[in-house]
Design a protein around this ligand. Structure first.
Ligand SMILES: [Zn+2]
Length: 110
């Protein structure tokens, strides 16, 4: 299939949504990666370790992606993807709250 990208993850034959071409992975692997990053970020915060501001900004922009995908009826996201995207938004807002209320140090930001 020309012009259609396949997921970069080894062994995965799923197609990459146009909105995810920059990431180069299918929605399933994308979600897996974001949840992994959120989990690690939460752990970093709870341990009081400084947290890369680049990672934090990346996570926040994934929230924008999730919101845009949820708002777009033609995004190709299945109902399971939508549920996961909503869950992602909730996790991100929890993380954001945590960072705000616990004076988490964002490394690389003055
Ligand atoms: Zn994949």
């Amino acid at each position: 299939m020309e012009g259609v990208a396949r997921c970069r993850t080894e062994g995965c034959i799923k197609l990459v949504f146009p909105a995810l071409l920059g990431e180069g992975v299918c929605m399933d692997h994308y979600l897996e990666r974001v949840f992994l990053q959120i989990g690690m970020a939460m752990e970093t915060c709870q341990q009081g370790r400084p947290f890369e501001s680049g990672t934090f900004d990346w996570l926040l922009s994934q929230g924008e992606f999730a919101a845009a995908t949820l708002a777009n009826k033609n995004s190709g996201a299945t109902s399971l993807h939508r549920t996961r995207l909503l869950e992602m938004l909730l996790c991100l807002s929890n993380l954001n709250e945590y960072v705000r209320h616990h004076s988490v140090v964002l490394a690389g930001r003055e």
